[in-house]
Every structure is written in C-alpha cells, then in structure tokens.
Design a binder for this molecule. Structure first.
Ligand code: ASP
Length: 496
C-alpha cells in the first residue's frame, strides 16, 4: 500500500526535475546563441565601457599608491596594462555602434520578459522564506519535546556544521597549494568595486560582534535586532531563527496551555509547504529566466568563454574542490546518515538546481525543505537544521574563501607562511559562518580573510568577473551540506 501511495509523488518529482533540467539547458542554449545580441540590446556595451573606464582610473590610482610606497616596478606594470584596457574599451564602442545601427527591439523585449520570469520566481521564493522559517522552526523545536533535548540537538548540529566547514577549508587550501592557479596570473582586467574597497578595514572580532549585535546604523540587522518585525521585513533570517527558537522553546515549557499555539503553527506550516509546492510549478520557467539573465548580463556565451580562459585554473581548482567535498558529504551521508547518497542526491536535485539558479541558500530554503520532506527526513530535523544551515552552514563558501585568498596571494606574488595558512583556515571557517545566504555574500566576507593575513582587498578585482559563476556552484554545495546535515541529525534523533 505504502509503495503504491508513494508512486505519484515520485513520478511528480521526476517530471518536475526533467522540466527544470529542460529549463536549465534551454537557458544555456539561449544564452550562448542569443546572449550577445540580447546583451547589446540591453545596454550591455554601455555598462561594460563604464566599468572599463573605472578600471583605467583604478589602475592609475593603484599605480600612484605603489609609487608613493616606493614600488616603481609595480607602478610601471600597472600603467603598462592601461593600453590593453583602452583597446577593450574601443572594442566595446564598436559593439555599441553596432547596437545603435541594428534593429534590436525584439531582442530587448525578449530579454525583459525572460528577466521578468526569473525575478518573479525569485520573489516568490523570498516572499515565503520568513513565514516558512518561523513556522518550521517552531514546529521542529516543539516536536523535540524538552529543553535539554533541544540543547543537545543544537550542540550536535553546530558541531557537525563546524567540522564539515573546517574540512572544506582544509580541502580548499590543499588544492590551491598543489595546483597553484594564481602563479603567473594575468590581472590586466582586474577591477574591484569601490564599495568593497571601503570595507577593507573589516576585522574578525569586529565582524563577529556585528553579526551578533548588528550594525549600529541598522536597527533591523544582526542576530539580536531592536525590532523583530523590522528584522523579518528585511529578511534577516538569523534574527528570525533566534526569535523562533526562543519562542518555540518557551512554548514547550507551557505544557497543555501551549498546545493551541503549537497546533496553530503546525497548521500554518503545512499550509505554507503547500504554497511552496505551488511555487515549484513555476520553477522551470523561473530557473530558465534566472540563468539566461545572468548569462546575458555577463556578455553572452563568448564573454563567459573569455573569462573562463583567463581564470581557467582558478575555476578548475574551486570546481574540483567543490566536487570532492560533495563526494565527502555523500560518504558522511552513507556512514552517519545511513542513506543511499545517490538516491538522496536525486531527491535533492530540484533544490540544487534552484541553488544554481538563484545563488542564494536562503531563497532556496523552501525548495530544500520540500525535497528533504520528500526524502523522508523528519520534521523535527528539517525544521531546525535546515533554516540554521541555510544561514550558518556554508561548506562551499568556506572552501571558496580559503582558495580565493591563497589564489590572490599567489597572483600578487606574496608568499604565505605556515602561520598565515593557519590564519586563513580559521578566518575562512568563521567568515563562511558569518556570510548570509544571499548572492555573492562570500565575496564581502572574503575581505575578513584577506585583511587577517595582510593581503590587499584590491586582489578581489582579479576574481570579481567570474565570482557570479562560482557563487552558483558553491551555493549548491552549501545547500547539499545543509541537506546532508538534516539527514545525519535525523538519524541521530531516531537513534536517541
Ligand atoms: N551565495 C552563497 C549562499 O547563499 C553565499 C556566498 O556568497 O558564498 O549560500
């Protein structure tokens, strides 16, 4: 009876997955074949020219700084790159002229519609995240029973997350030291956003304190905001998690009196999961929209190939590291979670593809929860472990931060001592915990790692152009890490 009942869900899953995969493939096809035209139609050349002009100004500024520091060789090297950037500006001016002369109205409209589809999907996911986190956390906590059990689960979850994150960092450091992708790196087109340069001063202690207390000028930020409703309205997931934890914990101490509230949140949670399933119907179109938009904005398939060639070894190192870590997670799932990794991976695949298209663990959370539920992970584990994981468990980001920092040191020709590598290990592990589950968050927290070992923030310019691409991969590993964590903790709970 049971297997007969499960059949429709399974075939529904396969259908959903096949249509999402079709959306991804179509996006890649459209992006490669038509991406450049849509890029030209949507003011792409103007944006690129503006950025290249900023690159020229930044190179001048860095050259002057190098001169002031008595490093004439570096100043000459930077100035020597400027003609090449100017040549690229001329090439883009030709594209602009071509775009002005061609009739690109259809491509512009098509791009607008494609972008609209992606935006709507992303908004739907984000719209549901806060109510989902509140109700699933409260349901998860109240189904655990008493406070001491909650404490134990919390401790296990945090320890598990910390160990897997640290393992990812060690893997990243080992690979980047073996492959040495930064040696002889060409940084002609390196450009670092002014807003990132302004944050160069971030220190480890300062950042950790800021994650807890929030920024002084933003009352809705931090783990402890001034106003929980303001925090929720700004999708400050970490604060919502803490509040729901406290609230759920308090409910468990009320006994019979708390039961109506618990039932209320259970019903709410079920209703919200139904809405998530509805949103998922739109996933193939939404994912198609998100991926195509990103390929178009970066200049189409050709531009991606150029970036890939320029930073190929770095991309290879990160991708290899993420793939190996995914295998490690599968082994953990087998040994600690006692589950078939391939089947689990398959059931989670819709969440992984959503992570690839949104670059955000938080936005993917509704899909992750739906898939974990489908894989048979109990609500006690998913309700608590997944929302927490989406904000603090980022194995992919941790691996990326360590790899990127050492890559930047290699390309700048700065040797890192053993002690500096230990600092990279510690700060990359912490920085990943502090990074919120939003696109390119890892790039901002990378500054902590860089400043801890005395590397220039400007080094980020070298990897900025390709970060969006790697962000998608590391987000997928982050999400898979959360899902594996939920299965492992679920088994531990069952054993108890
Ligand atoms: N985008 C990643 C996430 O949401 C964070 C990062 O930038 O590494 O998981």
């Amino acid at each position: 009876m049971n297997s007969i009942e499960k059949q429709p869900a399974r075939s529904g899953h396969t259908l959903g997955l096949v249509s999402i995969l079709a959306g991804v493939l179509l996006a890649i096809g459209v992006g490669v074949v038509w991406g450049r035209t849509m890029w030209m139609a949507s003011d792409g050349p103007d944006r690129t020219i503006e950025e290249l002009n900023k690159t020229v100004r930044q190179k001048e500024q860095f050259a002057r700084q190098a001169e002031a520091a008595g490093n004439q060789k570096e100043a000459d090297r930077l100035r020597g790159q400027i003609p090449l950037v100017q040549k690229e500006i001329e090439r883009n001016e030709a594209f602009r002229l071509q775009a002005d002369q061609a009739e690109l109205g259809f491509a512009r409209n098509a791009f607008e519609v494609i972008r609209f589809c992606g935006d709507v999907f992303l908004r739907m996911l984000l719209m549901i995240v806060v109510p989902l986190v509140v109700t699933s956390m409260i349901c998860g906590i109240t189904s655990l029973g008493d406070m001491s059990r909650m404490g134990k689960v919390g401790l296990w979850t945090l320890t598990y997350y910390l160990i897997t994150g640290a393992a990812a960092v060690v893997l990243g450091i080992a690979l980047v030291e073996i492959i040495q992708p930064g040696v002889g790196m060409d940084d002609t087109f390196a450009y670092v956003d002014e807003s990132l340069l302004g944050r160069q001063e971030s220190s480890v202690v300062g950042t950790v304190l800021e994650v807890i207390r929030g920024r002084p000028d933003a009352p809705a930020s931090g783990l402890i905001p001034e106003n929980i409703l303001a925090a929720a309205s700004e999708t400050n997931i970490l604060a919502v998690i803490l509040f729901s934890l406290l609230f759920g914990g308090a409910l468990t101490t009320l006994g019979e009196k708390g039961k109506p509230a618990v039932d209320f949140f259970r019903a709410m949670n079920e209703a919200i999961m139904k809405v998530v399933r509805l949103i998922l119907f739109f996933a193939p179109v939404g994912i198609f929209g998100l991926i195509t938009t990103r390929i178009v904005l970066s200049g189409g398939g050709q531009a991606l190939a150029v970036e890939g060639e320029r930073l190929g070894w770095f991309v290879l190192t990160v991708t290899l590291g993420l793939a190996i870590h995914a295998v490690v997670l599968c082994l953990l799932l087998l040994v600690l979670g006692r589950r078939n990794p391939l089947r689990y991976f398959y059931t989670m695949s819709r969440a992984l593809l959503t992570a690839l298209s949104t670059s955000s663990s938080s936005a993917t959370l509704p899909v992750t929860m739906e898939c974990a539920e489908e894989a048979g992970v109990s609500q006690r584990a998913t309700g608590f472990v997944l929302p927490l994981g989406a904000t603090i468990n980022m194995d992919g980001t941790a691996l990326y931060e360590a790899t990127a920092a050492i890559f930047i040191a290699q390309s700048a020709g700065i040797p890192l001592s053993g002690a500096a590598l230990v600092v990279v290990f510690l700060t990359a592990t912490l920085a990943a915990i502090g990074a919120p589950g939003i696109p390119e968050a890892g790039l901002v927290t990378l500054l902590i790692v860089l400043s801890a070992v005395g590397l220039p923030a400007a080094g980020i310019g070298t990897i900025l152009a390709i970060d969006w691409f790697l962000d998608r991969q590391r987000t997928a590993v982050n999400v898979f890490g959360d899902a594996v964590g939920a299965a492992v903790i679920d088994r531990w709970l069952k054993k108890q």
